[in-house]
Every structure is written in structure tokens, then in C-alpha cells.
Design a protein around this ligand. Structure first.
Ligand code: CDP
Ligand code: CDP
Length: 216
């Protein structure tokens, strides 16, 4: 069983994917976390996002591992540190590099090779799992997505204006949609789910209903 979930930032992809994974007893792979790990490494090594060669080398040396909810990069627990607004901002800088994508996509395909999996990201239905039986494209109004992110930041004690969160999300979506390699696309065979105004449970139920109907 292969399930692909794509969509812009804050659409609810990872929340829903984790729930579906638990319900069907399959592996969840957060591909965004992998790109975040590379951006985090670049920030640790001096913050130079213009040195493509160095970024590729850092990506080649990165050993990314998932353990339950935790993410490790080269042995270090980076679960929290890859979620900061600074890492979010810079992740699309590393995600547009062809060699970085090839490296991570190969790892993602390998994980999906011998087990049932649900993955979320931007290029899952198009590049990573083009043959997936189930493809979903989650979307939501950008203001609602920014409000969701603000609530998350507030809960962590990080103060940030809604307007600037919204602007960053729009910038990131534009970067993700307009890059040449593995852009965010809504593939033709994806089911589009607009999550605006919908609770997590409603979205999850709609996706499960579709999967169960196809399986039956
Ligand atoms: O959770 P959120 O949607 O904010 O971000 P994420 O899924 O963790 O992804 C962070 C960034 O990684 C995205 O903005 C993309 O630039 C990049 N990414 C990608 O290029 N391809 C993927 N399959 C997943 C993420
Ligand atoms: O992975 P992605 O960036 O697409 O979004 P997420 O991290 O799963 O969700 C962003 C935030 O929106 C989380 O705090 C979710 O709890 C929340 N959310 C929501 O309030 N309503 C939904 N229908 C989906 C997500």
C-alpha cells in the first residue's frame, strides 16, 4: 500500500498522514523533515546558502534516521531544531538543488520499496511514488494555514505576527511551486481535499472513506 500526500505548507499533511499511518498500521515518512535536516546542517556550518557545492557535500554526509516521532541527523536529535522559522525559511533554498533532491528521493524510494508507506511532501505523487494507488493533494486558504502555524508557534512561546507568517508561507509556496526540480504540483490522478474550515477528524475521515472504498 502506497499513499502519497502533497500540498502547500500548513495544509495539514503531516497531521493527517500520521493518523492514517496509525490507523492502517503502516510507516509514515515525513519527507519535509529530510530537507529540513539539510538546511539545519547548512545553518550549523556557517549559514552560506549560496555555496551549492558545499550544500551538496553536507547532504551527501547527512545520515537521516527516524525513530518514532523523533528525527536524528548524524546521531543528533534534531526533532525540535529543524522546526524553527529560520530552518523553515531556508529549507526551500536547499530543496531546489537537483543533487540534493536526487539524494533524498533515492532514500525515500528505497524506504517505500519493501513496505507499505504513507509519505507527505511536495513531489510524492509526481516523483517519489508516481505509481502510488492513493494520491491526495491537501490545500487550504493561506490565511487559515497561517493561523494554524501561528497557533503552533504561540504554543511554543515563539511570538510572531500573523502577517509575517502569512508572507513567509506565501514566499515558500511560490518557491516550491516554481522551482524546476520536483516542484509542488497537483498531479492529475490526485484527489484534492480542501481543508479550509474542516477539522482534522473531518479531513481524516474523508481520506479514509476514499481509501476504504477503493480497497473494497
Ligand atoms: O510542514 P511544512 O509544510 O511547513 O513543511 P515541510 O513539509 O516540513 O517541508 C519544508 C520544505 O521542504 C518545503 O517548503 C519544501 O521546500 C521542502 N520539501 C520538498 O521540497 N519536497 C518534499 N517532498 C518535502 C519538502
Ligand atoms: O504538514 P503540513 O505543513 O501540511 O501541516 P501540519 O503540520 O499537519 O498542520 C499544521 C497545523 O494545522 C497543525 O497544528 C494542525 O494541528 C493544524 N490543522 C488544523 O488545525 N486543521 C486541519 N484540518 C489540519 C491541520
Amino acid at each position: 500500500m502506497q499513499i502519497a500526500i502533497d500540498g502547500p505548507a500548513g495544509a495539514g499533511k503531516s497531521t493527517i498522514a500520521k493518523m492514517i499511518a496509525a490507523d492502517y498500521g503502516i510507516i509514515y515518512l515525513d519527507t519535509g523533515a529530510m530537507y529540513r535536516c539539510i538546511a539545519h546542517r547548512v545553518l550549523l556550518q556557517g549559514d552560506d546558502f549560496s555555496d551549492t557545492e558545499k550544500i551538496i557535500k553536507l547532504a551527501q554526509e547527512a545520515e537521516i534516521r527516524f525513530e518514532g516521532e523523533k528525527v536524528f541527523c548524524n546521531g543528533e536529535d534534531v526533532t525540535e531544531s529543524i522546526r524553527t522559522p529560520l530552518v523553515s525559511l531556508h529549507t526551500s533554498d536547499v530543496a531546489c538543488i537537483k543533487e540534493v533532491r536526487e539524494l533524498l528521493v533515492a532514500q525515500q524510494k528505497k524506504i517505500a520499496g519493501d513496505q507499505s508507506v504513507i509519505m507527505d511532501g511536495r513531489d510524492i505523487g509526481s516523483v517519489v511514488l508516481p505509481e502510488a494507488e492513493y494520491k491526495f493533494f491537501l490545500d487550504a486558504d493561506v490565511t487559515e494555514r497561517a493561523i494554524r502555524r501561528k497557533k503552533e508557534l504561540d504554543a511554543k512561546g515563539i511570538e510572531k505576527e500573523l502577517a509575517s507568517i502569512k508572507q513567509e508561507i506565501q514566499q515558500r509556496d511560490d518557491n516550491d511551486r516554481n522551482r524546476v526540480e520536483g516542484p509542488l504540483v497537483q498531479v492529475e490522478d490526485a484527489i484534492v481535499v480542501d481543508t479550509t474550515g474542516k477539522s482534522i477528524d473531518e479531513v481524516c475521515a474523508a481520506i479514509k472513506k476514499y481509501i476504504d472504498e477503493v480497497r473494497a
